[in-house]
Structures are given as C-alpha cells and as structure tokens.
Design a protein around this ligand. Structure first.
Ligand code: HEC
Length: 629
C-alpha cells in the first residue's frame, strides 16, 4: 500500500511537471467562446500532493457554494502562503489545522498560494545588494540580438542564428561561468531566461520576475506575481501607457497574465484568463502583432480520484488578449463544456469531458495565419479526440482549422494506477501521453513546411500545415523492448519538453537519456548521442534542446549541460551545474537537475537556470551566465 502510493506519486509528479505526450487520427471541433464551468475545486503550482490533502480535509466546506462566509478555493489561492499558514496554525482554521501534520500545513500553504513560505519578503530585489548603478533607457528589443521567450523565434525552433548567437562552434569549448544569480528561497530554477536589449527577464518558482543586466547580473527590478512564474517572458512594444515603451509579458500558476513595464517593473495590466480553481499557465504566451496568445493548463489530473471531489471540470484552452490592454478576445477550449454524467459511490456528482491542458508555448505561423500547439490527455471518459493532439487555430478568430490526434482514448488521473483507485477513475488509466512540447515549424529545402513534435513514448511526427496536418513522416526513436509494450514507464521514455531544429535536422533529448538527431525532411536518424553517467544511474535528458550553427545544447537531471556537434553528436563541451555557486546577489544558491529548460543564447552569452525540485533531491535555485571572455 505504502509502496503503491509512492509509485503513484512518482508518476503524477513525473507527468505533471514534465508536461505530459502517443498515435491515431480524428475530427470534432473544439469549442470556442464558452463560459468555463463553475469549478468545484482546483489548485496549481507547487506541491501537487497538496491537492489531495485539500480535497480530503478542506473541500467539504470550501468546495460547498451553499456555505456562507467560506472563502472559495479560488479565493484562498490568491492569498499569500503566510496568511494560509497562519490561518491553519493560529487563525480561523486552527481547529482544522490541528488534525494535520506540520508538513501538511506547510504543503497546503505552499500548494494553495503557489509559492514557498518566506518568499514574499525574501524575493524582493529591493533588499538585494547588487542593484544596477543606473537604468538607462531600454533599447528596442527587436534592434539587437535576442532570445525573446521560450524560443528565439515565434516558430519554436529554439535555434539561434550565427548573428544572434555572437558565438561560434569553435568558441563553445571556451565558455566560462561569468556570473550566477540566486533565486531566494527557490527550489526550481525552471524559468527559460529571456535576453533582450542586453537584459535578462526571468520568472521564478517563488513568484518573482527579475530583470537583470546580461553582462554583470546586477538587478534592475523585481515584480511579484500572484503565483509562481514558470513561463518565459516576452518583451515587446506596448501602447497606451504614457512613457512606457516596452512591456514584459508572462503568465503565472493561477492563470493570471501580466504586462509590466520592461524598464521599471511597474504593472501595466493583469488579466485572469480562466477561473477554474486549478487552472494555471506553465508555458510561455506568444506575443504577435499586438495580441498575447496564452496557453492554459490545469492541475486537476494530479489527484482527482478523491471520492469527495466532483471530478472533473478542468480543461485546457488558448486565449487571445489585447497586448495593450489585457482585454480578452477569443478563447478556444480544447474539449467541450463538461456536463454532469453520474454520481460516484459517495453520491458526489461527476462531470465530463475534461482535460486537454496546453503545457507548451504555441507556434505562430504568420504565413498561414495559424497558431499551433500540443494538447494534453483527457481525465474522464469518453475522451474527446482533440486531446493528445496538435491543434491548428485561426490566429484572428480562434476557430479550429485542423487537428491531428496522436493518441486516442487517453484518460489519465493521478491516484488511479494502483490498488487505491476509486470509482472516480477512468476504466483504463493512461497511457498519460500528453504532447508537452511546442510544435516546431520549419521550412524545408524544397519550399514545403513541416510541423514537428515528439511524444513521451518516443514517437516523432511531422505534419503538413498545407494539407490540414496530414502526416508527412512518423518514426519511433525509443525502442520498447518485447514484453514491455504495456508497461507504464516503458511508454514514457521518449520526448517531453521538446527539441530544437536547424534547417537540416531536429534534435530531441530523451527521457531514457541521451539525444537523437533526425532529418527534418524524412525523419531518418542522423545520429544518436549518449552522455557518460555513473553505472546504474538513471539520467533524464528530456529537457528542451537549444541549437545554434554547428552546436546543439542539452542538459540533464544530473545537472550536466552538454554541447555536442550537430554534425555527429560528438561532445564539444560539458559543464556540471549541480553544485553550490557564489552569487552576485549573495543568496545561498546551488544548481541541481535541469529537467525542463535549455539554454538561451544571445550576443555571445549563454544563460540557463539549474534546479528542479520535482526530480526529487536535485532541487536548486541558480541562474548561470556563461561567455567566452
Ligand atoms: C468546517 C468547515 C471548514 C473546513 C473543513 C475548512 N474550512 Fe477554512 N474556512 C471555513 C470558514 C467558515 C472560513 C471563514 C472564517 C472566517 O471568516 O472567520 C474559512 C476560512 C479559511 C481561510 C481564510 C482565512 C483568512 O485569513 O481569511 C483559509 C486560508 C482556509 N479557510 C483554509 C482552509 C484549509 C487549508 C482547510 C483544510 C485544511 C480548511 N480551511 C478547512 C470553513 C472551513
């Protein structure tokens, strides 16, 4: 029993944080412009296990809309961790808190607020010793070398040009650590750094967004969001805010989107894009021609098997906001509106359909006026065929242009794989594929284009955007050994956070370790690379790759950052980030696992965060900057 829970937890965490991706075809339009269902309960970032504790101990009152004076789960989620902790220990919820362990109280406070205790005060740049001496007017972000968001471009190739990189393949072996910045009280340095106008913009798990100087790491400002900020920041021109020229855009763990003045960190607007209680934004919005495109996901799948819970009403969506005002335009849900379907054995109403979280930053196809993204699995049966799919929407209207379902029938919920499963659970749980990585749009030598994505089972597929997403090629890069076909883990050894592509190849890191290069035109394997590791150790390399001419970078759960040649996969450089670092802001910091992001490269420098609490022991809180000088 104990063991099964542990395994289950590992699966949930694995799936949730590594953004969960399978094979089939389909039709059924997604829903546009619908009101979200009145959410029973939902949470978000931080400790995913907190959701179960909350469902069992708190939802009886806080999930009951008929009780007066009881703040809704959603309202509690807007509170600070200190306020929630105080309520449970010395405040109004002392009696309820007494039936919990101290760890559970802290976990609830962290989980509900979406950031650690103590982070509110400690994270503020005001108290840091490394303020920049001056804050000269920000240069136009589009005027110089940049890595602006999840990818250096809008098409998610994660490729930096020779000009943008300011670094050659020959220089890569000479890369040296230039400075390190510590995220106060942080446990996961999972923000993909943005580099524009000589500055870094990066979010943190403690809910602060920082603006730093790229050369020195001195701090210009911090902005405190209402929840953790995993999404990369995009900086572009903004209008209608007086002297403010450029805004930094990002989303948080409570489905809030923000625009702040990129020069000063002053808030310009904030918009909540989904009011489901565990709705969240984990991936970077894209900003294009005055519109912010926001991918919405949900934490509901982590623990919805709880019989006290009205499972399930959370679902993914893409939302378009006016970049100047934050006003919402279209919103397209991945699955139709959940409706009551049955009561569970405890008499608690159950809903379907649900799921289809969008865990990845969308891809903009300016030529075809389309936006592409991957969708997550369903939670409840029957599973809509827009789940585990690539969807293409019209940029202007949000109408579905086409979709390709890679895995049919994937209903997955944490708590449903072991002997403790309840009748909230889907009849068949999983395979928990999800398409967690951003589709890569690339033009081929023959003038045709492909939309390429990978899945957790190791399938890589190229779709034709000119033929409604029909399959150009499809290959399996991870062998599933005989007898393991139905093994849950064996089917999760492939691709999670995504690849990088130059004009020849696409490069994917693998959950089972190492990486693979495939020809963009055919899907043929060009080479495979393995990285040295201690005998018997499992090292996960499914973080996102980053490419520049001649070099592809990939990090691992062991904290090692590798640079290999795009020609043959041979090692060019390696750096071990899993150690303590002295930091420019004097915060005690160390690196750990790098399990989600890849380096951002611009103007002769390379930036990456190290530390990822979800892998277990390898948490960390450091942002590292490298250059050849
Ligand atoms: C028996 C019903 C009940 C249960 C169970 C319950 N609460 Fe409450 N909770 C309330 C009520 C009523 C209030 C409003 C109290 C007030 O305004 O004085 C409240 C208020 C709160 C507040 C707001 C405190 C503030 O500062 O305004 C938090 C936070 C909270 N509850 C968290 C929890 C958590 C976490 C749990 C589970 C461990 C929980 N509650 C379980 C009934 C309940």
């Amino acid at each position: 029993m104990k063991r099964s829970r542990y395994v289950e937890l590992a699966i949930i965490v694995f799936c949730a944080w590594l953004a969960c991706a399978g094979a089939a075809q389909a039709q059924a339009p997604a829903q546009t412009q619908q009101a979200p269902p009145a959410a029973g309960a939902n949470l978000g970032a931080g400790t995913e296990t907190g959701i179960g504790t909350f469902q069992t101990h708190c939802m009886g009152c806080h999930g009951n809309p008929n009780l007066e004076r009881v703040p809704s789960p959603d309202m509690i989620r807007q509170m600070s961790p200190e306020r929630i902790y105080d309520a449970l220990t010395i405040g109004a919820m002392k009696a309820q808190g007494e039936s919990l362990t101290e760890d559970q109280r802290k976990m609830l406070a962290t989980f509900l607020s979406g950031r650690p205790l103590g982070s509110l005060k400690e994270g503020d740049a005001k108290d840091m010793p490394n303020h920049c001496a001056s804050n000269s007017p920000l240069a136009d972000p589009s005027s110089g070398p940049s890595w602006n968001g999840w990818s250096a471009d809008l098409t998610n190739t994660r490729f930096q040009s020779a000009k943008g990189a300011g670094l050659t393949a020959d220089q890569v072996p000479q890369l040296k650590l230039k400075w390190a910045f510590g995220y106060p009280t942080g446990l996961s340095a999972f923000g993909q750094p943005t580099v524009v106008s000589g500055r870094i913009f990066v979010g943190s798990d403690i809910g602060y967004v920082y603006s730093l100087d790229a050369q020195t790491g001195c701090v210009y400002w911090s902005y405190q969001a209402k929840g953790s900020v995993r999404s990369a920041v995009t900086v572009t021109r903004v209008k209608g805010h007086g002297a403010t020229k450029y805004a930094a855009y990002f989303g948080d763990a409570h489905a809030n989107v923000y625009a702040v003045d990129a020069q000063t960190g002053q808030e310009l607007w904030t918009t909540r894009v989904d009011d489901h209680f565990v709705a969240r934004i984990t991936a970077a919005p894209k900003v294009f021609k005055g519109i912010v495109y926001v991918p919405v996901s949900s934490s509901e799948e982590f623990s919805s098997s709880n019989l006290d819970y009205s499972c399930c009403t959370g679902r993914g969506s893409m939302v378009a906001l006016d970049a100047n005002t934050g006003k919402q335009g279209w919103k397209t849900y991945v699955v139709p509106t959940p409706v009551p379907v049955r009561k569970n054995s405890k008499g608690v109403q159950q809903y379907a359909p649900s799921g289809g979280s969008i865990w990845n930053s969308p891809t903009i196809d300016a030529k075809r006026n389309a936006i592409y993204f991957g969708t997550g699995d369903g939670q409840t049966e029957p599973v809509p065929d827009t789940t585990d799919a690539i969807m293409a929407l019209d940029l202007k209207t949000g109408t579905t242009l086409w979709f390709y379902q890679a895995q049919a029938g994937d209903a997955f919920m944490g708590g449903c794989s072991g002997p403790d499963r309840t009748d909230n659970c889907p009849k068949v749980n999983g395979p928990d594929q999800d398409i967690g990585n951003s589709p890569i749009l690339r033009k081929l030598a023959d003038g045709k284009s492909v939309v390429v994505f990978g899945m957790k089972d190791g399938t890589v597929t190229a779709l034709d955007p000119d033929r409604k997403g029909s399959v150009v090629w499809k290959v399996h890069v991870v062998e599933i050994s005989k007898g393991e076909e139905n093994s849950f883990f064996a089917r999760l050894n492939g691709i999670v956070w995504g690849g990088a592509a130059d004009d020849q190849n696409v490069y994917y890191g693998l959950q089972s370790g190492g990486m693979v290069a495939l020809k963009l035109a055919t899907g043929d394997v060009v080479w495979r690379a393995t990285f040295p590791k201690p005998a018997g150790a499992r090292v996960i390399n499914s973080a996102a790759a980053t490419a520049m001419p001649g070099v592809v970078f990939l990090a691992g759960s062991d904290g090692k950052l590798h640079a290999v040649s795009t020609a043959d996969g041979k090692s060019l450089w390696e750096y071990d980030t899993a150690r303590p670092f002295e930091t420019v802001n004097k915060v005690v910091a160390r690196g750990g696992a790098i399990a989600s992001i890849g380096p951002s490269i611009a103007n002769g420098m390379l930036f990456i965060g190290s530390g990822y609490a979800v892998t277990g022991t390898n948490s960390g809180n450091v942002l590292l900057a490298f250059s050849v000088q």
